[in-house]
Write a new protein. Structure first.
Length: 247
């Protein structure tokens, strides 16, 4: 397995909208996978992108059991992935995009392992993440999804507000005004704060200004062009965007 070659293949798949076959990467473990992810993100940064955030995956206990894993996975967000709240997002170049509602944290101080995670939080917000696996049919091994930067494709953050009790807030996902998923922030490791603490453990330290996506509160759903998407988190408000072509 060649780290550089696989990072280049994943990068090309994303830029060209051309999926790779999963299961044939040669990745053996998560250490190799994160090395590929680092090389993949480095290619984006070399083109002028800027790191903006940190995202967590497999924050649902049921999903971890389904995938046969015992820990979370993580990836990086860049400014090219940002979607303005209420804006448009071009999905024409994506392979098979999906969307899921999340809770976002904004750090006002450095988040360090073992410290009180909320002490570093400046604000929280409802959020939506667009995922788009670069593997054909969303079929991949655990190391492969890690290498693919946990399928990160885009994200939109709603209005920021002061942190409060996030333990069991209702979460709604609507497509074109139709309720398609309903869940709770409790689906995120039982409490989103656990995801925040996990982010510190996995990253070592995260700097002020970092946006952290804590993980999905419901299942991810397919996202065709021309779709209006809205997520609402009780007590935090709503966040929305519309898909299009050439947006």
């Amino acid at each position: 397995m060649n780290v550089t070659a696989l990072a280049e293949a994943l990068d090309s798949a994303a830029r060209e909208g051309r999926p790779l076959a999963g299961g044939g990467s040669g990745l053996q473990d998560t250490a190799e996978a994160y090395a590929v992810q680092e090389a993949l993100v480095a290619r984006r940064l070399a083109r002028g992108e800027r790191l903006t955030g940190f995202k967590l995956g497999f924050t649902s206990v049921a999903k971890m059991r389904q995938m046969g894993v015992s820990d979370l996975i993580h990836g990086r967000l860049t400014d090219r992935m940002e979607i303005p709240d209420g804006g448009r997002f071009d999905v024409s170049g994506l392979i098979h995009p999906r969307v899921e509602p999340e809770v976002a944290f904004l750090l006002g101080d450095t988040l360090r392992p073992g410290a009180d995670p909320m002490a570093a939080v400046a604000a929280v917000a409802p959020a939506l993440e667009v995922i788009d696996s670069r593997y054909d049919g969303f079929r991949f091994s655990l190391p492969e999804v890690i290498a693919d930067n946990t399928s990160a494709a885009g994200y939109v953050v709603g209005p920021w507000s002061s942190p409060g009790d996030l333990g069991n807030r209702g979460v709604l996902l609507e497509l074109d005004g139709r309720l398609v998923e309903a869940g709770s922030t409790a689906a995120i490791l039982g409490h989103p704060l656990r995801a925040l603490a996990a982010a510190a453990r996995l990253a070592g330290a995260l700097e002020p200004g970092t946006v952290i996506l804590a993980g999905a509160a419901t299942a991810a759903l397919p996202l065709p062009p021309g779709t209006h998407v809205r997520a609402t988190v009780a007590g935090l408000g709503s966040v929305r965007f519309t898909t299009g072509e050439g947006a």
